[in-house]
Design a protein around this ligand. Structure first.
Ligand SMILES: Cc1cc2nc3c(=O)[nH]c(=O)nc-3n(C[C@H](O)[C@H](O)[C@H](O)COP(=O)(O)OP(=O)(O)OC[C@H]3O[C@@H](n4cnc5c(N)ncnc54)[C@H](O)[C@@H]3O)c2cc1C
Length: 453
């Protein structure tokens, strides 16, 4: 059957206006960083779970790969289609149901952005605590498929912790749905948990039942200068013990802050520090008092800037959140992005080693490091090497594994890291992954080439 016939059938299923080709499909074929790009037959935008099922069956029956795509903000090339495939965009599945006040749960479509889910939760005096800079584009389905983390993992965990149940379309078009929202429900395999982190390879998530957190109370944010990274583990340990209300403990280094300062055209609030942490504390009342008290117990800190109202807190957060976009614009090519986690007491040595090895093997390349310090999660970005120069990936990921770390803390494996999966997973684990993939998607229809080497 020809491409034309496939497009016609897809148009019959979802409406011709929702089958995009050519220029209209272009933005779906390149990722946010610009490092990963591909091509597709079409971008299809189903408007219901039944339509998603129809699209998957139509593609599967012709051996056409289906690439689920939400906000396309992923950073490992996982939603970037390969030639001959169809992108299944979930953006029209954006409905958000009422918040259940008794359980603090909400059911939303996979295409709702996490910003919209958070707004709906807020309007009902609850809170959706998975949050990061791409909040207005990243979708619920995408964040479940990548088990996204973000700023508040320290206190609230990653996306998986909030998923109560999912509805998903499998590779044969079958719909599995478990959205009842029972708090206790030990009735066998947890399919929702299996889909968390599956990166579009096991099913297309169409909706999810999410657990919310109690609403924001009082909030205080501080930027704190540290003398060096050697003190980081002690500082994090002290702050976690002193104030369990701390939600975010973010890390920035002098070179990244200087680049952000040029971009913002503003002076760094804690000038001269080589290492700066952002600490956010949320409590029922007197957040700033609790934060100042927790910081007072530390002796290894330098200048501190504290924000106690919303706009001031947002402007301190801007220093951390702008890192991704500023580094993305450094050039001459899109950055090589690594999202690794490490034992906290090994971070200083790891950072020194990465900088030294990159300088030795790639003179002229720049290393940018920031991240979620409280979770031992570093975003390592290297600018300079060409996008297809994989020796830099090999270098950073091998150093990570040697330091006892994980090659993906939160962004996933995607296309970018599949050949290095063995650095973090044993052959036996990878064989289990393959068995699951074979069982749920024997025809390799869903996102082939992603996650599994
Ligand atoms: C500025 C910026 C900051 C970021 N900060 C963070 C951060 O702090 N923490 C973090 O974890 N990530 C972060 N990210 C990465 C990214 O936002 C997350 O990976 C996010 O979860 C991707 O959501 P998405 O809807 O854009 O998914 P996409 O990019 O569209 O897809 C990502 C993967 O999920 C699959 N997928 C998408 N939707 C579905 C679905 N409905 N069913 C099945 N599979 C699906 C895709 O096939 C792909 O493999 C950041 C990105 C940017 C651009």
């Amino acid at each position: 059957m020809s491409r034309r016939e496939l497009l016609d059938e897809l148009g019959d299923l979802v409406g011709p206006a929702h089958v995009l080709t050519g220029e209209l499909a272009a933005s779906a074929t390149t990722d946010w960083t610009g490092r990963w790009s591909g091509a597709c037959e079409a971008v299809v935008r189903p408007g219901s779970t039944a339509e998603v099922s129809g699209v998957v069956v139509a593609c599967a029956s012709r051996g056409v790969p289906v690439v689920p795509q939400g906000g396309n903000t992923g950073l490992v090339g996982g939603a970037v289609p390969q030639p001959g495939s169809v992108v299944l965009s979930t953006r029209r599945l954006a409905g958000i149901g009422p918040v259940d006040d008794a359980t603090g749960q909400v059911t939303a479509g996979a295409g709702a952005t996490i910003g919209a889910v958070a707004a709906a939760a807020r309007a009902a005096s609850w809170r959706y605590p998975v949050d990061f800079a791409a909040r207005d584009s990243a979708t619920l389905g995408g964040t479940i498929a990548t088990n996204a983390g973000g700023h508040h993992v320290l206190r609230h965990g990653m996306t998986r912790r909030h998923v109560v149940g999912v509805e998903a379309v499998l590779a044969d078009g079958a719909v599995v749905s478990h959205l009842g929202g029972l708090v206790k429900d030990n009735t066998g395999y947890d399919l929702a948990a299996l889909l968390c982190g599956s990166e579009g390879t096991l099913g297309v998530i169409t909706a999810a039942r999410m657990a919310l957190a109690p609403a924001d109370g009082d909030r205080a944010v501080a930027l704190v200068g540290l003398a060096d990274l050697d003190h980081l583990a002690t500082v994090v340990g002290h702050l976690r013990r002193a104030a369990p209300e701390i939600e975010a403990l973010e890390l920035m280094l002098a070179d990244g802050l200087n680049a952000v300062a040029s971009h913002l055209g503003a002076p760094i609030p804690v000038p001269g520090a080589e290492v700066v942490i952002l600490v956010e504390l949320v409590a029922r009342r007197d957040a700033s008092g609790l934060l100042v008290e927790a910081l007072a117990g530390l002796d290894a800190i330098g200048d501190t800037a504290v924000a106690t109202d919303g706009p001031a807190a947002a402007s301190l957060w801007r220093w951390r959140e702008a890192h991704t976009e500023v580094i993305n614009a450094v050039g001459p090519h899109p950055p090589h992005k690594f999202d690794v986690s490490l034992p906290l007491d090994g971070m200083a040595a790891f950072v020194a080693e990465v900088r030294a090895d990159v300088a030795h093997h790639h003179p002229g390349a720049l290393v940018w490091i920031f991240g979620h310090a409280g979770d031992g999660n570093l975003h390592v970005n290297v600018t300079g090497p060409a996008p297809d120069d994989q020796s830099i990936d090999e270098l950073v990921l091998t150093l990570t594994a040697a330091a006892g770390g994980s090659i993906s803390a939160e962004h996933g494996i995607g296309r970018a890291k599949r050949q290095w999966l063995h650095l973090s997973r044993s052959p036996e684990e990878i064989e289990v992954f393959r068995s699951l993939k074979r069982a749920l998607d024997p025809g390799n229809v869903l996102n082939p080439g992603v996650l599994l080497p």
